[in-house]
Design a protein around this ligand. Sequence first.
Ligand SMILES: [Zn+2]
Ligand SMILES: [Zn+2]
Length: 263
Amino acid sequence: MYFATLASGSSGNSIIVGEENRNFLVDCGITVKRLLDNLGMINLSALQIEGIIVTHEHSDHIKGVGALARRLKIPIYATYGLWDEMEKSLGALKPEQRVIIEEDVTLAGMHIQLVPTSHDSRESYGLKIAGRKHTLAIATDSGIVTPEMSTSLRGCDAYVVEANHDPEMLKRGKYPLYLKKRINSQYGHLSNFQLGEALAEWLLDNAQKVVLAHLSAENNTPQLALHTVINMLRKSEARHRCPQLKIRVAPRHVPHELIILEA
Ligand SMILES: [Zn+2]
Ligand SMILES: [Zn+2]
C-alpha cells in the first residue's frame, strides 16, 4: 500500500491511496490542472485512479471533484447526505458516476470504513483504509476526537491526520473572533495538542508513518506542529511502542513524496 497527500490545508485537499497500481483519491479540493500537475510530480498516472471518495462537502475538499470525475470518467463515492448537499455544485454527472455509500465501500481493491468526525458540515468522515497487508487512517476536519475515531483509528500502520492549529497562535492571531470560535469549537479543527494526545493512544508497535495534515497557514507552522506532536509522543508510552515511527508534514500546495508502507 502507498499514499501521498497531493495538497493539504484550507486552500485545497486531496490524497491518493493505492496498492498494486490501483488507486483512488480522497477528496479533490484543487483544480483538475493542479491535481494532474501534482500527480505528475510524484510520477503517478491519473489513468490508474478508479474513483474519488468524498469526506465532506466543504469546497477545500470538493472544488475539483466534479470536473475530475468527468475528465477521468470515474465514479464519485459519498454518503446520501453529502450527495444531497454537494450535488448541485459538482455539475453534470452520469448516473453511474454517482455512487451512494453508507458505512463502508471497497474501492480499487481496498476496503474503506467511514469514521464519523465532528465538523460544521452536513456530515463528515475520516477513513480507515485496509489494503492487503496494511491499514491507513485519514482524518482531518474535526473539532474533537470523536468516540468513533478513538475506537476505529487505533493500531493503523500509517496516518494522515489533522494538526490544524496551535491554540496560542490562534488566540493571538488576526482571525476575527467568530472564526476563532469556529475553529476552537467541537465542530472545527483539531489542534496540535488534540492530535498529539490522540496519537499517543492510537500508535501501536506496527505504526510506520504519520503525516500531519490540514495545517493552518495563519495559526500554525510545520515546525511547531512537528515539535508539539513529537514532544507529546516522547512523553507517552507510544515512544516505547513504535521507535521506528517517522512523522512528516504535508506540504500545502505540492505533493508529499509517495510513502510506501513496508512489509
Ligand atoms: Zn478542510
Ligand atoms: Zn471542512
